[in-house]
Design a protein around this ligand. Sequence first.
Ligand code: NAD
Ligand code: UFG
Length: 348
Amino acid sequence: MRVLLTGGSGFIGSHIALLLIERGYDVLILDSFVNSSTNVIKAIKTYLDNKNINHSFKIINGDIRDKKTLDRIFDDSAKEFNPIQSVIHLAGLKSVSQSFIDPLHYWNVNVCGTQNLLSTMNEHECFSIVFSSSATIYGLTDSAPITEDHKISPINPYGKTKVAIENMLYDLYKSNMKSWKVCSLRYFNPVGAHSSGLLGEDPIGIPNNLFPYITQVAIGRRNHLNIFGDDWATTDGSGVRDYIHIMDLSEGHLDAIDYLNSKESCFEFINLGSGIGYSVFQIVSQFELSTGLDIPFLVKDRRDGDVAKCYADISKAKKLLGWKPKRSLEQICLDGWNWQKKNPNGYN
Ligand code: NAD
Ligand code: UFG
């Protein structure tokens, strides 16, 4: 089965790509490499070669906003009598802070890019899509665990683009309910790395997120971790989040594809998280325990836009997709550290 994976060179996309190829899917990766390195593709090939896995996946260096490129991808597949049967759509911009600085760019890439992709799919009668949404759409809420019917109330332009895309997907589905199959996966906090140490998270510049910041402190690229507040209404005062192993998240996408394949048509929003909330102090302690390293930290003021607790109710994913996360927080720490240790400067 041929799958088009947009954003397949990014942190999440690269792990999904590997899994799809390992499971025998025919994968086309479309990425503009605006936020990823071509070395990611080399790492995927190295892994597959080391494992003697036959592969013929294709990389297309292109932008989802470029209609001609998209048309060519779908046309070429049709000419090869191997049409694209499903799209996993991850290409987009994801920095909350950047989205405040340049909101129009975020709307252009995320919303116009997705609109372009969806009209191309529609024209080529490819009606099956898994979309990468985010828990950020739930906004400032302290009512954890969060179910899918929780109020949608994004507080940043990035989150607003995700809501706009979910709405666009819904309208499209309603316009042709006999054909469209849509699954919008709302990710919580994807972390960790592939167990081979060949793929992992490599943020450009100073990491905004907790987990890559910790691994960069561990490797000596940063002096200490700043903990944003120890006076939150949580058991130890630090923020509580739902950290999900990147391979558990990736497996959720394959289950979503299976789910779409089993349906004539459908439209679903589904949370993907571990279902467990861990505090920043708990993450630091577990990382130290798992790796034997010290993570020096300073407690700083709260960060704007943060909440005390945010973790998922994952019963819908379990019920509908037959999916559940299998990897522990310890595994997350071990795999994340293994990646950072083997790649102190990421992909460069
Ligand atoms: P990433 O930046 O590592 O990957 C995104 C990929 O998309 C990159 O390789 C980038 O080069 C590519 N891309 C960007 N704009 C493009 C365009 N116009 N055309 C083609 N390719 C383009 O991010 P990620 O962490 O892998 O996230 C993937 C998706 O999941 C994003 O849509 C993000 O919003 C969503 N998401 C991520 C998280 C997270 O914490 N990482 C949480 C929730 C949702
Ligand atoms: N934190 C620190 N120090 C840091 C970074 C983070 O103490 O250097 C704390 C935060 O205050 C928060 C927790 O660690 O309590 C997690 O913060 P992250 O930045 O790692 O993750 P967020 O939950 O804030 O946000 C992430 C993505 C969003 C996405 C959201 C839900 O950055 O884009 O998960 O999917 F929307």
